[in-house]
Design a protein around this ligand. Structure first.
Ligand SMILES: Cc1cc2nc3c(=O)[nH]c(=O)nc-3n(C[C@H](O)[C@H](O)[C@H](O)COP(=O)(O)OP(=O)(O)OC[C@H]3O[C@@H](n4cnc5c(N)ncnc54)[C@H](O)[C@@H]3O)c2cc1C
Ligand code: SF4
Length: 502
């Protein structure tokens, strides 16, 4: 029986982050482990309310009150089992999820701080490793059916694991030289050290999943070949088409780049250092790209922008400005606008924001300014207001508000425009919709029979937790399509949206 008064006895507490002056000297994760005493105390704050809205907040339907109570009572092995029943990769979500479950925690109704659900999750995930490692599950007799998964991000890997555990022969194709999708070369190590991915990949391999890296499907192997070789195909290629701003004067100057160009280059240097290889951060054409000693301007306010900020500080930037089109959000939930248990519009500060840099809200870039040699030397910005009229965004600059910010390196982190247009799609006869995503029928099939889609490629740029949930659900649909015995768990359907006020 959970403790109904725990939240009255204990305040919400998280483990202290590593000190800023220490952590910006390396690429290691920012959070140290919480320690058993703290995490059991925090799990005690979960009262196991009658209708746990956190379940609906979490796209995976994680059994949060169950594992909170198991942690409270020290039942770590059972907590590990309960968490893995709904989530293939809690070590990723426990570190990186923005935790919509916490926004939906019933404690928020009474003005209390939510349970530290995400922290409890990562502690259980790490306990799984500490208590004997991620042991492969025994796989059933082969079904004789085979599935190709294109893309090794969290959606593709979750689907691959579910299908392999159901007895299907699964091959994951990845065009990069290493597996993990955005978790590998998009998200920096200070948020997710790559050993977590490698450990999980070893488990998948031991369960029979085969991996083919360095294979760009549609180029190195045709989709026709893939369809001939496999009984079903899952597309999990992500939404990697970066939004640009070609109309802004000076966009073609040297030093103005897509954020992902910089992040991937930086992550590759860290990966090489881990293997004892020296490496330079370079663009694909070999041009160096590094923030050391530079004035950096990051345009955008989301995860990608915050990751660029943390990278710039670790590379030794002279100064960093982060520009956001929208006004500074409030510190607390506006219940009229975003009633509990929906996801509130509030100021989100990432650990990277503690490390320095200036955030500038309600501004838009008017020009990237040339130093006379074709290299950017500043951005000219104006204060703006943003309105929605008939669903369209109208940005109006305030007259006389223009000014310059020095800039040697400008990073565009202004979002993604869906999945990339690539030969694979035309070979399969699959088209992108108006948002650049690939539509799925209720059974996760695309317009091409036997070809399924999941993750960001279907949903548009989203979150790891949604990618895993869609990967699991698409795997269930593929299992049914292949005539597999029984059913696999399907936490979401293709039309499922986050909790929202109607
Ligand atoms: C910088 C950044 C930071 C982020 N931080 C967070 C965070 O903190 N928390 C969070 O929840 N989410 C975060 N996200 C979002 C999250 O990473 C994505 O939602 C998630 O990775 C999507 O998973 P996916 O499997 O659908 O696709 P992806 O992870 O994008 O993987 C798709 C894979 O498909 C491969 N591929 C594409 N085409 C082919 C082809 N033709 N042949 C072979 N392989 C192919 C790609 O190389 C890639 O590896 C972040 C995103 C970015 C860009
Ligand atoms: S995956 Fe995200 S939403 Fe689900 S329980 Fe974990 S932190 Fe909460």
């Amino acid at each position: 029986m959970p403790d109904p008064n725990g939240f009255l006895r204990y305040d919400r507490r998280l483990p202290a982050r590593r000190p800023v002056p220490v952590r910006i000297m390396d690429w290691r994760e920012v959070y140290p482990p919480a320690g058993e005493e703290l995490i059991r105390e925090q799990a005690t704050r979960c009262m196991d309310c009658g209708i746990p809205f956190c379940h609906d907040g979490c796209p995976l339907g994680n059994r949060i009150p169950d594992w909170n109570d198991l942690v409270r009572t020290g039942g770590w092995d059972a907590a590990v089992e309960s968490l893995h029943a709904t989530n293939n990769f809690p070590e990723f979500t426990g570190r990186l999820c923005p935790a919509p479950c916490e926004a939906a925690c019933v404690l928020g109704l009474g003005g209390q701080q939510p349970v530290t659900i995400k922290q409890v999750e990562v502690e259980i995930a790490d306990a799984a490793v500490a208590r004997g490692g991620l042991r492969p599950q025994p796989v059933p007799a082969p079904t004789g059916k085979s599935v190709a998964v294109v893309g090794s991000g969290p959606a593709g890997l979750a689907a691959a694991q579910q299908l392999a555990r159901a007895g299907h022969a699964v091959t994951v194709y990845e065009r990069d030289d290493a597996l993990g999708g955005l978790l590998r070369y998009g998200i920096p190590d200070f948020k997710l050290e790559k050993r977590h991915i490698d450990r999980r990949l070893a488990q998948l391999a031991a369960e029979g999943v085969r991996f083919r890296t360095g294979v760009d499907v549609g180029v190195d192997v045709t989709a026709v070949h893939l369809r001939a070789e496999h009984d079903a195909v899952l597309l999990a290629c992500g939404a990697l088409q970066g939004r640009d701003t070609p109309e802004t004067p000076g966009r073609a100057l040297r030093g103005v780049h897509q954020a992902m160009t910089h992040l991937v280059a930086a992550n590759r240097v860290v990966a090489a250092a881990g293997e004892g290889r020296p490496a330079l951060a370079t663009l694909p054409d070999g041009t160096p790209i590094d923030a050391a000693g530079k004035h950096v301007v990051i345009i955008g306010g989301g995860d990608t922008a915050a990751d660029c900020l943390g990278v710039a500080h670790r590379q030794g930037a002279a100064g960093v400005h982060q520009l956001d089109l929208y006004p500074e959000p409030p510190a607390d939930r506006d219940a009229a606008r975003d009633p509990w248990p929906t996801w509130p519009w509030v100021l989100r500060s990432y650990p990277a924001h503690e490390e320095g840099g200036a955030r500038v809200f309600a501004v838009a870039v008017q020009e990237f300014v040339d130093d006379g040699t074709g290299q950017v030397r500043a951005v000219r910005i104006a204060e703006v207001t943003v309105e929605k009229v008939d669903g369209r965004r109208i940005v109006t600059a305030l007259p006389g508000s223009e000014r310059e910010i020095p800039a040697d390196l400008v990073l565009l982190a202004i979002g993604f425009e869906g999945t990339e247009e690539q030969p694979l799609l035309s070979q399969l006869g699959v088209t992108r919709n108006g948002r650049g995503a690939v539509d799925a029928r209720p059974d996760w099939q695309t317009d091409a029979d036997g070809v399924f889609v999941a993750g960001d490629m279907h949903r548009g740029a989203s979150l790891i937790v949604w990618a895993i949930a869609e990967g699991r659900a698409a795997a269930a649909a593929i299992h049914a399509y292949l005539g597999g015995a029984g059913t696999l768990p399907a936490p979401v359907d293709p039309a499922r949206q986050p909790l929202a006020a109607r």
